[in-house]
Design a protein around this ligand. Structure first.
Ligand code: ADP
Length: 336
C-alpha cells in the first residue's frame, strides 16, 4: 500500500520539474484504517499553489485505485535566512513586447507608494529589462551585505527595485538559459533584503515559454495583471499567455487586463482616434471572462517621462488619476 502511494506521489511534479518525493517535500506518510495522512514541508507557497498541490496529490492517489480518505498536512517552513515579509506578489504580463508593460509596472508601483504602501519591484524581463532606465538607476549596481551575502535592492521614488538589468552592462545581451534565470530569480526572491512589503510587483518577460513556466513555479503569485494594445496581432499573443496562466499545472489567478495606448487625440479635430482599433482589449476581456481594469491613452508625456527616468504619475495629474483608478481596481480584485 505504502509503495503504491509513493508511486502516486512520484507522479506529482511541483518545483523545478522534480517530483515531490525527489525534491524532499514529502516528510512522512501515515496509514491509518481507511485514512492516509501525508505530511508535506513547504517554504511559503501561495494559496493557489497549495490548493493545486492538494488537488494533484489527491488525483494521483485516486488514480491508483486507492479509495481511502486522504488528508494532507502541510508544514510551512519560513525561510530562516531572510527576514522579508511580502504580503502580495503581483506579476505584470503581456503577450507582445513594446505594449507598455514596464511603463505600467513602474507607474502602478509608484501609485501604490503614493497610497502609502511599502512596495518592491522585481524586473524579471530578461529580454529587455527596462525598469532601471524608467527609474533612472541604470548606472547603479546591486550591493551585497557582507555578513550573509544578501542582496540589497536599490530604492528609487520610494520603490525597492531589483532588476536582471543590474547584472548586465548597457548594450549587452542577456543570454541565460532557463536554469540560470531560475537561480537568479530565486536569489531575487529569497536572498534579498526586501524587508516588509505590502506589494512586490514582478515585471515578467513578454510571451510564453520555458522561462515563464519556471518563473511562475518559483514565485508565489497572488495574481497576474495583463497589459495589451488592441490590435489583433497583440491580442492573439495575449490569448496564448492567458492559455498558459490557465493551464492546470500553473493556474495563477488573472486579476484583470489593461488596455494601453487606447487612443490618441487628433491634433486637428481634438477627437479620440483609435489607432489600434476601438475597444479591442475590452471586447477580448469579455470574451475571455477577464476583468477589465481600465484604459490608458497614448500620450507623448508618458513616453517622454519614461525616457527621462521619471514615473509620469508624479508629474501629470490626468495620468496620475488614470493610474490610481487602475491600481484601486487591482487592490479591489485582490479583495484586500
Ligand atoms: P514593454 O515593457 O511592454 O516592452 P514599455 O513599457 O517598455 O513596453 O513601453 C514601450 C515604449 O512605449 C516606451 O517608450 C514607453 O515610454 C512607451 N509607452 C508605453 N505606454 C505608452 C502610452 N500609453 N503612451 C505613450 N507612450 C507609451
Amino acid at each position: 500500500m505504502k509503495k503504491k502511494i509513493e508511486k502516486a506521489l512520484e507522479k506529482v511534479i511541483f518545483i523545478d520539474n522534480k517530483n515531490i518525493v525527489e525534491s524532499g517535500l514529502v516528510k512522512k506518510i501515515d496509514l491509518l484504517s481507511n485514512e492516509i495522512i501525508i505530511y508535506l514541508s513547504l517554504s511559503n507557497p501561495a494559496m493557489h499553489l497549495k490548493n493545486r498541490l492538494i488537488k494533484e496529490i489527491t488525483h494521483s492517489i485516486k488514480n491508483q485505485n486507492i479509495l481511502d480518505t486522504i488528508r494532507i498536512k502541510m508544514e510551512i517552513k519560513s525561510d530562516t535566512k531572510t527576514k522579508s515579509v511580502i504580503k502580495n506578489i503581483i506579476a505584470i504580463a503581456s503577450g507582445k513586447g513594446g505594449v507598455g508593460k514596464s511603463t505600467i509596472a513602474t507607474n502602478i508601483a509608484v501609485s501604490l507608494v503614493k497610497m502609502g504602501f511599502h512596495v518592491g519591484l522585481l524586473d524579471a524581463d530578461i529580454y529587455g529589462p527596462s525598469i532601471p532606465l524608467m527609474f533612472n538607476i541604470e548606472e547603479k549596481s546591486v550591493n551585497f551585505q557582507h555578513k550573509n551575502g544578501m542582496m540589497n535592492p536599490i530604492t528609487s521614488y520610494g520603490v525597492k527595485i531589483l532588476s536582471i538589468g543590474f547584472f548586465s552592462k548597457y548594450g549587452q545581451a542577456i543570454v541565460w538559459r532557463g536554469p540560470m534565470v531560475t537561480k537568479v530569480l530565486r536569489q531575487f526572491m529569497h536572498e534579498t533584503n526586501w524587508g516588509k512589503l505590502d506589494f512586490l510587483i514582478v515585471d515578467l518577460p513578454p510571451g510564453t515559454g520555458d522561462i515563464h513556466l519556471s518563473l511562475l513555479q518559483e514565485i508565489s503569485l497572488k495574481g497576474i495583471v495583463i497589459v495589451s494594445t488592441s490590435q489583433k496581432i497583440a491580442l492573439s499573443d495575449v490569448n496564448r499567455s492567458v492559455g498558459m496562466f490557465r493551464i492546470r499545472s500553473i493556474s495563477v489567478p488573472i486579476l484583470g487586463i489593461i488596455e494601453n495606448m487606447s487612443y490618441v487625440f487628433s491634433k486637428k479635430t481634438k477627437e479620440k482616434c483609435y489607432f489600434f482599433g476601438k475597444n479591442g482589449v475590452r471586447n477580448f476581456s469579455k470574451k475571455m471572462n477577464i476583468f477589465f481594469l481600465g484604459e490608458i491613452p497614448m500620450l507623448q508625456k508618458i513616453r517622454e517621462y519614461s525616457d527621462l527616468g521619471i514615473p509620469v504619475i508624479l508629474e501629470n495629474e490626468h495620468i496620475r488619476n488614470i493610474f490610481l483608478k487602475i491600481t484601486e481596481n487591482i487592490i479591489h480584485k485582490l479583495q484586500l
